[in-house]
Design a protein around this ligand. Structure first.
Ligand code: NAP
Ligand code: MG
Length: 789
């Protein structure tokens, strides 16, 4: 034992381990291991089991059941059975259950914190003070959403049975992020926890039973990736919500392609931590320790790339090294440690391999000379200095306590470095000058931005990424909407072309040289190839360009080039241009109506009505352009969060046959009103309605590249667009086969998809006068700012 003078001399903390006996007793009470939770019953352990281990010691904690396809099927059936009553029980009733879950999480918080720490290796200080309080907060917040859902989204309907798959880094918190909004909106759930960390989910299911959550509302099936895959491919699941790696996310998107399942993906990140020369450097160092060493760096939004302004680089790195020489790695149950164990030896190997590779590629490794326990999954905090942009450690998500260090000179250079990644999850900006912070925040393509702080989370604030960090948000209204059915006005029959008594016009009267419209100019199709356009009576009306891969590449390039300036314009300026487009369309309205009539066989009155509706839609989009505002959230801890609606970037759209002008303009106007630039492929059957529109665009002050039009064969162009990395969103109104193919191809670069799957829409429906398509064309960027005391 150390003497008091010893303690005064060293000023070291003694060990202060949390008592794990209650959690260990619970595990001991299940000597044969755990089964699944299906329809309110805890099933017996299955034939095939695997061990859940404590990564700090390597010792097995419990045996878990490897879920089979049959197990998943039983769980989905139980969830389906429970769905009827649960979806009808009413918001208030659901609110009571969610409230009860929040209360019981608080009452059992110590047990849950210990379980997650034992199972995952993360410090008890974090599970106790961060994970579990946030779990409770999530259920409280969503109890509120259940109560006010009908008032907030009138007529909101749940999706049905949701399959949810979560990773091991925040075991119970990821469960809460998934389960709370799903249940609040009236869905039932089958959840697959991560193989390494399923224990707190099983304990939570026990708590759910204690509060009387109806049987089958929450089902849990343990197992590995194959169990997850069985859930993804189950035909009776309506939505998949996945958090995990980008590679598995892409595989899941490919598997759900063409099935009509809703999908949200919260994937990986490589987030920058940007420090300007006028930052409070001591705070920035503490923030950095939180950003990259919190949870052993196993955090999707970890600030893993330090970008520091050149003039303070040396000072900051020295301060960071000084801080890390006082760093404490140790028993995760010790309340006084900074960092615990990584989740598994596999993860340790993965991190160490990355460090080795980075050093091979020229990086200098620095680690503090501190104690690091042996025998468990412990790694020292690591800095990789002298890295350039191409270094593997700068490009790949490492998911461990490893920080790369790069410097910059100007704000624009910082923005370019920060955005030079396939990910777009989070960013942290440090400067005492608010103007600098906000100027940079506006330039970053990231879903969450923390100003002078890092790793803040709250249930009221949406969380999620851009680019390959996935799509959809968790938390806040946008997170809730991901569990509410999108209620599109689908129509039974496709194209309107009935009652065709229109007089045919000789082809020669409207024959023109076919062109695409790219970068603000009419452009000859690649190779001058054309395709005929048929009228409704079967005569050839004229020809349009036969778009090729090359035409699409040109159009996407033009759209990408025009996007930043278009997004930077004010909503008012975008509205002015949309009004001007309407003005110019109005002047040509009889010509457009004739075209529609001749192409589709619509009656003169209906053709006129489609043009009128198109004019009105341009007005609607213009109306929204300067009103599509975000929100300001007030999370509980001395911050405000600005939830900005940000354009996705470049959106490509295959326009519907059923309303060749109205469908095209409804989509195009909404997407550009929200700040996107677009590549449109007009209706394959009736392309002239949209291709004529370039004459309107030419006279409407629309900057070149904002709207690009390429005519041609829908299926071939959809494939090229889906495969194109610079297309962020893809809307496909085409037959089911084309949609499935596009979804599958789009999965490879995590595209935001919206597909009709062969159904036709009533484009005259007033729904489209709302902001529904502006929302479809945006992602929310949440900017956290210090506020108040
Ligand atoms: P992972 O390998 O993608 O696994 C995530 C979950 O998917 C686990 O439950 C896993 O089961 C399951 N799974 C694996 N293969 C599957 C398949 N083919 N089909 C269906 N499910 C499958 O990711 P991880 O290594 O556990 O977690 C780390 C990753 O998660 C990092 O990339 C991190 O950035 C990301 N993450 C993102 C967020 C976010 O909100 N954006 C939050 C936390 C973590 P097993 O456990 O058996 O492998
Ligand atoms: Mg474990």
């Amino acid at each position: 034992m150390r003497s008091i003078p010893d303690i005064f001399n060293t000023m070291d903390y003694g060990p202060a381990p949390e008592d794990a006996s209650v959690a260990l007793d619970w595990l001991k009470a299940h000597p044969k291991g755990f089964g699944h939770v299906v329809g309110g019953t805890f099933t017996r352990p299955g034939a095939k089991t695997f061990a859940s281990k404590n990564p700090a010691t390597g010792k097995a904690l419990a045996k878990l059941t490897q879920g089979t396809k049959g197990d998943v099927d039983k769980a989905v059936k139980a969830a389906r059975k429970a769905f009827g009553a649960w979806s009808k029980v009413g918001g208030h009733e659901r609110a009571r259950y969610l409230y009860a879950l929040a209360r019981i999480v608080q009452k059992e918080s110590r047990m849950l914190a210990v379980l997650d720490t034992l199972d995952n290796g993360k410090p008890i200080r974090e599970t106790r003070d961060i994970d579990i309080p946030l779990v409770a907060r999530h259920f409280y917040h969503h109890a509120g959403w259940a109560q006010v859902l009908e008032a907030s989204i009138p007529g909101a309907k749940p999706l049905g049975v949701c399959g949810q798959i979560i990773p091991w880094n925040f075991p119970l918190l990821m469960l809460a992020w998934k389960v709370a909004p799903a249940l609040a909106a009236g869905n039932t759930v089958v959840l697959k926890p991560a193989e390494y960390t399923s224990l707190s989910a099983l304990y939570f299911a026990q708590l759910a039973r204690e509060v009387g959550l109806p049987d089958g509302v929450l089902n849990i099936v343990t197992g590995d990736g194959k169990t997850g895959e069985a859930l993804v491919t189950h035909p009776d699941v309506n939505k998949i919500a996945f958090t995990g790696s980008t590679s598995v996310g892409k595989a899941i998107a490919a598997k759900t392609a063409g099935t009509g399942k809703a999908l949200t993906l919260e994937l990986g990140g490589k987030s920058p931590y940007i420090v300007f020369d006028d930052a409070d450097l001591d705070s920035a160092v503490e923030g950095l320790v939180d950003a990259i060493f919190f949870n052993q760096g196993e955090v999707c939004c970890a600030g893993s790339r330090l970008l520091v302004q050149e003039s303070v680089e040396d000072t900051l790195v020295e301060k960071l090294k000084a801080r890390l020489t006082k760093f404490r790695i140790g028993d995760p149950l010790d309340k006084a440690i900074d960092m615990g164990a990584l989740a598994d030896p596999v993860q340790v190997g993965h991190v160490e391999q990355h460090i080795t590779d980075a050093v091979h590629q020229g990086a200098t490794l620095w680690q503090p000379d501190i104690d690091c326990p042996k025998g468990g999954c412990f790694i020292k905090p690591s800095l990789l200095l002298d890295v350039d942009q191409s270094n593997v450690a700068v490009r790949d998500e490492i998911f461990g306590p490893v920080l790369t260090v790069q410097s910059f000179r100007t704000l624009n250079e910082a923005a370019a470095l920060a955005n030079n990644t396939r990910y777009g999850l989070a960013a942290s900006i440090w400067s005492e000058t608010i103007g600098r912070c906000m100027a940079l925040a506006g330039q970053l393509k990231a879903g969450v931005i923390w100003i002078n702080t890092a790793n803040q989370f709250d249930a009221a604030v949406g969380f999620g990424g851009f680019k390959e960090s996935g799509y959809g948000r968790e938390g806040g209204m946008e997170g809730l909407r991901a569990y509410v059915k999108e209620d599109w006005p689908w129509r039974e029959s496709s194209p309107p072309g009935a009652a065709a008594k229109a007089k045919t016009v000789p082809a020669s009267a409207i024959d023109e040289t076919p062109k695409h419209y790219i970068g603000g100019k009419q452009a000859r199709p690649d190779g001058d190839r054309t395709r005929p356009v048929m009228g409704h009576t079967g005569n050839i009306l004229g020809r349009v360009g036969e778009g090729s891969r090359k035409d699409i590449r040109g159009a996407v390039e033009a759209a990408a080039k025009a996007q930043p300036a278009w997004a930077a314009m004010t909503g008012h300026q975008r509205a002015q241009i949309l009004y001007y487009m309407a003005e110019n369309l109005a002047q040509r309205s009889s010509g457009f109506a004739d075209r529609l009539r001749i192409m589709t066989g619509l009656s003169a009155a209906k053709a006129k009505a489609e043009v009128e509706a198109s004019l009105s839609r341009l007005f609607s989009a213009a109306g929204w352009a300067d009103k599509f505002d975000g929100a300001v959230h007030s999370p509980p801890r001395q911050h405000i969060t600005l939830a900005q609606n940000e354009p996705q970037g470049v959106i490509a759209m295959l326009c519907p046959d059923e309303a060749p002008l109205l469908g095209f303009l409804t989509m195009a106007a909404s997407a550009i009103a929200a700040g996107n630039t677009i590549v449109t492929v007009p209706s394959q059957a009736h392309p002239l309605a949209a291709s004529d529109f370039c004459q309107v665009l030419e006279t409407s002050d629309l900057p070149g590249g904002v709207i690009n039009i390429v005519t041609g064969a829908a299926a071939a162009l959809a494939k090229t667009l889906a495969e194109h990395d610079a297309v962020d969103g893809l809307w496909v109104h085409a037959d089911a086969k084309t949609c499935a193919m596009a979804e599958k191809a789009g999965a490879q670069n995590v595209k935001r998809m919206w597909c009709s799957h062969g159904k036709a829409l009533d484009w005259h429906d007033p729904l489209f006068d709302g902001d529904v398509l502006l929302r479809k064309a945006s992602e929310v960027k949440n900017i956290w700012l210090p506020y108040g005391e």
